[in-house]
Design a protein around this ligand. Structure first.
Ligand code: COS
Length: 386
């Protein structure tokens, strides 16, 4: 799946314009209101952003992983909450259906996900199952041709906006092989939402608990109709998601670095712009070199992902490299953000300047879709196994 080069260049150019002309000027409104303005969401739908990763025959734009990473890199140049509005539709919410769903499920959900009519969330994490996802406790018990689901999902991105969930629950015994992935409409009786999470950063993103109390779902809502393979679906979705987030991290690193360079050229101390001081130059140069390394990893890994057949084609080597990329890029943007604050001096600690805000925003990248320590485990496991 790839969009032809000419259409892709047009898409990217109009997206970059949208980011510069509409999103960047709305960064303060986002921060103040803790929400993405409705007219921006509407424009995002018109541009097809909710469906970039969904094939054209299901109503999407059908970007390859490499193309998706380019687009997400661009989106990383502004507050991360903008991308989050459609991030779950593009990534973790929709991809399980695309990878492992039946044709009927794809037809029923993907076109509405691609258009943005339906927001879909990914519900894996629980109060007692975060990094150890295979120990999740949400239970789905068979009752005739339905499952009855009980449990609590935690930190679910876009849950307050969602019309449906891709939700992992236990249909069998302990461990990964007892887990199934369900598609669950958000208005199914028995589903309720917790209070909105108050987070360190990324204002404008929406997360909360999803509580399931005797939620009855047809057995036909298991993704692909096959119980017991939901953990693998989730892992394949996360491989892809980790690459997506790596591109986002690089975009934000570039924004932070560009802002820091501007500040260093402008700000005068000791009678000179601070950019003339070698200690400042060192921080800029380290950031640039690390960004280049991260971006090279993203591009290489995305190309390998596409070469192996794209979404859902399991390749342990590419999974491992996606973890390397996620670990490096998200840690890298943390260092770049820290230096950006440092270069801004006292102003870097004041909310009027974006360095302060983005410093908090990027902290999440090292946590979600697998912490750095989980990426280390995946990488080491691969090395020791081979
Ligand atoms: N693609 C396909 N299959 C995969 C896979 C992948 N990337 N990773 C694991 N699997 C399969 C394994 O092959 C294994 O299948 P078999 O039993 O048939 O061999 C099964 O899934 C279980 O895998 P494993 O034994 O490696 O599972 P673990 O319980 O050891 O957990 C980690 C693996 C820790 C990597 C996993 O739990 C994880 O990614 N945790 C972090 C979760 C996360 O990112 N949460 C964020 C939520 S979204 S914001």
């Amino acid at each position: 799946m790839t969009l032809d080069t000419e259409s892709f260049s047009l898409l990217r150019a109009s997206l970059q314009r949208f980011i510069d002309e509409r999103l960047k000027p709305a960064e303060d409104i986002l921060e103040e209101t803790d929400d993405v303005p409705a007219d921006i969401v509407s424009d995002m739908k018109d541009m097809g952003l909710f469906g970039i990763s969904i094939p054209e025959n299901y109503g999407g734009i059908g970007l390859s992983m490499s193309q998706e990473c380019d687009v997400v890199y661009d989106l990383g140049h502004t507050a991360l909450a903008f991308r989050s509005v459609f991030g779950t539709n593009v990534g973790i919410g929709s991809q399980g259906i695309l990878m492992d769903g039946t044709e009927e499920q794809k037809q029923a959900y993907l076109p509405r996900i691609a258009s943005g009519e339906l927001i879909i969330s990914f519900a894996l994490t629980e109060p007692n199952a975060g990094s150890d996802a295979a120990s999740l406790q949400t239970k789905a018990e068979l009752d005739g041709d339905h499952y009855v689901i009980n449990g609590t999902k935690r930190f679910i991105t876009n849950a307050p906006r969602a019309g449906a969930f891709t939700l992992m629950a236990r249909t069998g015994g302990p461990g990964a092989s007892g887990i199934s992935a369900f598609i669950i409409p958000a208005d199914t009786p028995g589903i309720s939402l917790g209070k909105p999470d108050k987070k360190m950063g990324q204002r404008g993103t929406k997360t909360c608990d999803v509580v399931l109390d005797n939620v009855r779902v047809p057995a036909a809502n298991i993704i692909g109709g096959v119980p017991g393979v939901g953990f693998k679906t989730a892992m394949k979705v996360l491989d892809r998601g980790r690459l997506h987030l790596s591109a986002l991290a690089c975009g934000m690193a570039h924004r932070l670095l560009t802002d820091a360079v501007e500040y260093a050229k402008d700000r005068k101390q000791f009678g000179r712009p601070i950019g003339e001081f070698q200690l400042i130059q060192g921080m800029l140069a380290d950031s640039q070199a690390e960004l280049y390394a991260g971006l090279s990893m993203v591009r290489d890994c995305a190309q390998r992902y596409d070469a192996k057949g794209g979404a859902g084609k399991t390749d342990p080597e590419v999974s491992m490299l996606a973890s390397c990329t996620k670990m490096f890029c998200t840690e890298m943007v943390g260092r770049v953000a820290d230096r950006a604050v440092q270069i801004h001096g006292g102003a870097g600690y004041i909310s009027e300047y974006k360095a302060e805000r983005f410093y908090r925003d990027v902290r999440l990248l090292r946590l979600y879709e697998g912490t750095t320590q989980i990426q280390q485990m995946i990488i080491a496991k691969h090395l020791l196994r081979d």
